[in-house]
Structure formats: structure tokens, C-alpha cells
Write a protein that binds this ligand. Structure first.
Ligand SMILES: *Cc1c(COP(=O)(O)O)cnc(C)c1O
Length: 462
């Protein structure tokens, strides 16, 4: 008689750690070997070569008989790492795509192992308390003068902006007009579309930021309830809308103000950087991403509101999760903290990171990152073959080879991707196309930046 083998081990329980340890060793070896094998910020050869390689390595996605945990982890993690655009490489700087801190990734492992789900207290007793403490803290940082500020954990800026528009719609009704600059993130008009709101008003932003006088004229001509969405840290250029003047304008016209601070919001946690965000706490709601300047693995977003009562429209009841008598008996009701039901404890990695680094540790990471952007801008400004769009405000640098046409620029970016040598972004500003370097890696050295400029110089000559 052959005994049936036991099912594969679980990640939790007293035996979980012992089961995980050898598997993690396999994962870590594959991460190391894959990164070494890649030799650059992304794999060479472009989409076809990567797809061929991945398909070749994978073979059957669902074999009849399994290959076992170590083989599957080794094969797929190696393929993932070899073919990654790795933001930990200093020449991977296209997007607000941060290299996660090791401490945050390690904390996220515990979240995966235990799988607390934040839709009811009986699935997440401690996790829900950690989340509550974190959101209280972040809300108080963003709204230092408010008596009862609150914040929700979101999957990122997109979900936070959607929730901000939803709360405004529930407050003001379905005729709400959303006004934003052409510099706003695309998720703002998309959220209005999703929520069935009238088409948004897009104000031109020829200088990259929302102009209070233009807003003033628009609000004077906009009847009915209005939500203005401003941006602290535009996605293309990292610019800060003039929040105090915009808040004054909104107040004069009785319009609500939402600030999308997905990029710059974390500066508020540092006494050194907070003065760069004057007027932030005059917004009715604020979006902040911690998977940008915050160095968290995706997902890590926040929507903060001035007062916890503003979240009332999200209240929701499902008997199996928050029966009225359970809530009455003292079980925390979590369902009104999100539109999602099952929900990962993303608060854990954030709380671990804040504790591990502290304010000064975070401020130091921000300083290093902004200093790298300043340094790259200096190199490009001093270089006869490059034109700099403007001095960086946060950590984004827009530039272009002086003699290039827009088509050449786009092609240069694709060549660097194809060769696996650099991941640069693109942005349109002043009616022209620019190359974009988004610095988010606090380990970037002056030598890395010199090497980038040398690489660009060589490539733009081709
Ligand atoms: C990144 C970004 C977003 C979108 O955030 P996700 O986390 O990608 O959903 C929204 N607004 C701004 C200004 C951003 O930079």
C-alpha cells in the first residue's frame, strides 16, 4: 500500500516558517542569478526576444504532473528576474517606478504568509489595528490642524483619486463638475467617466502648472457644485501646482479642492521637506503614493480626508462580514474602509518602513534622490549636446539632444530599450517631446550619472 503524500506545506502556522526558509533560499538564489545574468536595467532584444525566452523557459504553464516547489520557483523567478526592468538599476528611470526597500519587501512576505484580509476583523485582528494606527498617523501628518482627519489605504493614486471623486459626488450629487489642469494625471478624468459624472473641464497649463487666474475665470463661469483637482508633483515634470493660491480661489467660489500628491505627498512627513508643500492641508482630500517616493513595493497608496465623517458614504453592510449585532457588540466594522472586499494588509510594509527609517531616514532618502536629479540636470546643462527643459523641482529631469527631432528622440528611447542599456521615459512639454529621467533610486552615484550621460551621448550620435 502506498501512502498518499501530504499536501504541500502552508506558509502560516507554527510550521510555516520552517517550510518557507528553504523555498526562500531558492527564491533569493534565483533573484541573484537572474539579476547577474541580465547585466543591465532590462533585458536586451525587445519584446520579441523576451517573449521567446520566457515561452521557451516556461514550456507548459499547467503540466499534468507538477515539477515541485523548488524547480518551479527556480525556473519562474529566474525568468522573471532575467527579464525584469529592475528599478534597482540606476539606469532604470523611466517612470515613478521605485526600487522597493529590502525591509518593505521582507515585511510584505509576512503579509503573504498570514494572508490577513481587511474586510472583517475576524480575518485580520492585529492587521486591522496596525492599519488603523498607520492611517491615523498619516492623516494627522497630512492634516496637522484637523481634529479628526482620516485616511484609507488604496492600491495607489488611481484608486485614491477615484475615491476622492466618489466622495465629492456623494457629497454634492451627480451634477458635480470636476475641473483640473491639462497637467493632471489621466486617472482624474477617467474616474469622472467611471463615476458617470459630466465630462471634466480641462484647463490649459502652458507653463506646466495650474494657473490660479485661469481657474478663477473658469469657476466664475461654472454653475453648480465643483471639485477642483490640483497636482503636487506632476507625473511628467514633477511640478507643484501653487496650492495656497488655488485653495484661495476654490474658497472664493465655494469649490472643493482635491490634491493629487501621489508623487510629492511623502515630503509632508519630513520637517525638512514639508515647507515645499504649503497649503496642502487646505485640500478636502489628498492622494499620496508610497510606491513612489516611499520606496514600497506596489501596492501602497493613501487617500486622506480632513474629517472622518467625510468617509461616511462608503459605509456598507454585508451580514457575513459586519452584521449589525457584531458591530454593536464591539467587533470593528472594516467594510467602509474600501470599495474592495478581500484586501491585503499593505499597511504592514508601510508601518515597518516608517518605524525602521523614521522621519530623518525618509528625509535622507528624499534628499539623496533629489540631489541625484540636481546633479544629472547640472551635467546635462553643462553638456553642449543636450538641452535641459528646466531645473528639476522634485526628482524628474526632462532633456533632449540639441539637434534631435521629436521622431529621433522617440527612436533613441526605443533603441536604448531594445539594447537593454537604459530605461528612459518620454514627456511632452512646451509642444515638444523630451526624454524623461525619473530619479527614485537613493543609491544612484555620481559615477552612474556620468555613465548615463556618456551612454546617451554615444547613442544620440548614431
Ligand atoms: C502615479 C500617479 C498617479 C497614479 O497612481 P498609481 O499608484 O499608479 O495608481 C496619480 N497621480 C499622479 C500625479 C501620479 O504621479
Amino acid at each position: 500500500m502506498t501512502a498518499t503524500p501530504p499536501p504541500p506545506p502552508l506558509a502560516g502556522g507554527p510550521g510555516g516558517a520552517a517550510a518557507l526558509r528553504p523555498l526562500l533560499a531558492t527564491v533569493l538564489t534565483a533573484l541573484h542569478d537572474g539579476a547577474t545574468h541580465r547585466r543591465g536595467p532590462l533585458p536586451a532584444g525587445g519584446p520579441d526576444a523576451v517573449a521567446r525566452h520566457v515561452r521557451g523557459v516556461l514550456g507548459e504553464v499547467l503540466p499534468e504532473h507538477g515539477t515541485g516547489a523548488h524547480e518551479a520557483l527556480r525556473t519562474l523567478v529566474h525568468a522573471l528576474t532575467t527579464g525584469a526592468a529592475d528599478p534597482a538599476d540606476p539606469h532604470c528611470l523611466a517612470h515613478l517606478h521605485c526600487p522597493p526597500l529590502a525591509v518593505a519587501a521582507a515585511a510584505d512576505l509576512a503579509a503573504s504568509a498570514l494572508n490577513p484580509s481587511l474586510d472583517s476583523w475576524d480575518q485580520a485582528p492585529a492587521a486591522s489595528e496596525i492599519e488603523a494606527a498607520l492611517t491615523r498617523t498619516l492623516a494627522a501628518e497630512l492634516y496637522p490642524a484637523a481634529p479628526h482627519p482620516d485616511a484609507l489605504v488604496t492600491t495607489g493614486g488611481t484608486e485614491a483619486n477615484q475615491l476622492a471623486l466618489l466622495l465629492a459626488r456623494e457629497h454634492h450629487g451627480p451634477t458635480l463638475t470636476v475641473v483640473h489642469g491639462a497637467n493632471a494625471h489621466h486617472s482624474v478624468p477617467r474616474a469622472a467617466w467611471l463615476l458617470g459624472l459630466p465630462p471634466t473641464r480641462t484647463l490649459p497649463t502652458p507653463r506646466g502648472t495650474l494657473d490660479p487666474a485661469t481657474l478663477d475665470e473658469t469657476l466664475a463661469r461654472t454653475p453648480g457644485p465643483t471639485l477642483v483637482t490640483a497636482t503636487a508633483g506632476t507625473t511628467d515634470a514633477g511640478l507643484l501646482d501653487p496650492l495656497p493660491a488655488l485653495a484661495d480661489t476654490c474658497a472664493r467660489h465655494g469649490a472643493d479642492l482635491h490634491v493629487d500628491a501621489a508623487y510629492a505627498g511623502l515630503l509632508a512627513l519630513s520637517p525638512r521637506h514639508r515647507p515645499r508643500l504649503p497649503g496642502l492641508d487646505r485640500a478636502h482630500s489628498i492622494t499620496v503614493d508610497l510606491h513612489k517616493l516611499g520606496w514600497q513595493p506596489v501596492a501602497a497608496g493613501i487617500l486622506a480626508v480632513t474629517d472622518t465623517t467625510r468617509l461616511a458614504p462608503l459605509a456598507h453592510q454585508a451580514d457575513y462580514l459586519n452584521a449589525a449585532d457584531d458591530t454593536h457588540a464591539g467587533l470593528p466594522d472594516l467594510l467602509g474602509r474600501s470599495l474592495r472586499t478581500s484586501r491585503r494588509p499593505d499597511a504592514l510594509k508601510i508601518a515597518v518602513t516608517l518605524r525602521a527609517l523614521g522621519r530623518d531616514g525618509l528625509a535622507d532618502l528624499i534628499d539623496r534622490t533629489c540631489a541625484a536629479a540636481q546633479r544629472l540636470a547640472r551635467l546635462l546643462r553643462a553638456h553642449p549636446r543636450f538641452e535641459l527643459h528646466a531645473e528639476p523641482t522634485l526628482s524628474t529631469v526632462l532633456f533632449r539632444p540639441t539637434d534631435a527631432r521629436d521622431d529621433d528622440l522617440a527612436a533613441l528611447r526605443r533603441t536604448l530599450l531594445q539594447d537593454g542599456r537604459a530605461v528612459l521615459g518620454r514627456a511632452t512639454a512646451d509642444g515638444r517631446l523630451w526624454l524623461k529621467a525619473t530619479l527614485l533610486n537613493p543609491h544612484t552615484t555620481p559615477a552612474d550619472l556620468d555613465a548615463l550621460v556618456t551612454l546617451l551621448e554615444g547613442s544620440s550620435h548614431r
